[in-house]
Design a binder for this molecule. Sequence first.
Ligand SMILES: [Zn+2]
Length: 335
Amino acid sequence: MSRTKLQELGIDLPLFPITSVGSFPKPDFLVKARADFAKKKIRRGALEKAERQATEFWIRTQEELGVDVLVDGEMYRGDMVAYFAENLDGFEEGGLVRSYGNRYYHKPIITGEIHWVEPITLEWWKYSRGLTSKPLKGVLTGPYTVMDWSFIEYYPDRRTACLALAKEIRKEVEALIEEGAKIIQIDEPAISVRPEELPVAIEAMHIVTDGLPAYFITHICYGAFENIYPNMLDLPVDNFDLEMSNSGLDMLELFKKHRYTKDISFGLVDVHTHVIEGEPVVEQRLRQALETLPEEAIWVDPDCGLKTRTVEEAIAKMQSVVTAAKALRAVTSTK
Ligand SMILES: [Zn+2]
């Protein structure tokens, strides 16, 4: 497993490291500030102040909960693809479209050559790192997903667009590493939709991660995993962060048929429901994971980003994950 790699990077984590996927809900004061900014009632400086305040709130909350690997919570992002498109050269904002569920976003249009001009998330990573002594993940949207959720005008085909994006996103990864980031997550929720394009996603991930000194995670969700497993294990990352609970832990059956070979961030709570899963349910899910996967390979977190839940629900769901991990740590360490 990749414990050795983490140790080489100077990161020592307990059994079942607790993390979250990336996004947390925006507190009311930030929702209001974003609305006021959109109506030009406040300036950018005032909006950024609210974003910093909200980021600090989530860093403190994660520390109080006992999370091991923190995230900045993405208080400064709207949509996960549009945010990167807005900050890379080569994109124009498109019309509002609906994707899965109730997600509406301005589908970006690739109208020119894609260029990374300057760090995109780095200032937020540095700001958050200044607020905690815990390891902090860098979280970026992956090239395949940015390509898949954009209209492509400039490039001749999807693969070319995806690889061009990968080359530029690598620059953001390098900037994070240079500043001290050691755990970097590349979100690729779109990866399971077209299994025939998995080789393109793998090629792109190589461009993003090859030869770089970091522990890489990729988050995949909403998918027909049976179509991309076990081939997805060829993605050059150390850890797959997977939505497990929403699909009733179905993936474990696939892991029994073909051995799972990476670390996993095992989604222990469903983010699509208001219901807060109680301790026995969440603990049972972790026990089931342990029946199929080696304990040292398992990290725990919610299925997906928590931004669609309320602040209270998000905290309660994180608390369920923390409680289950701690309960099973205690049992396992006395084994
Ligand atoms: Zn997700």
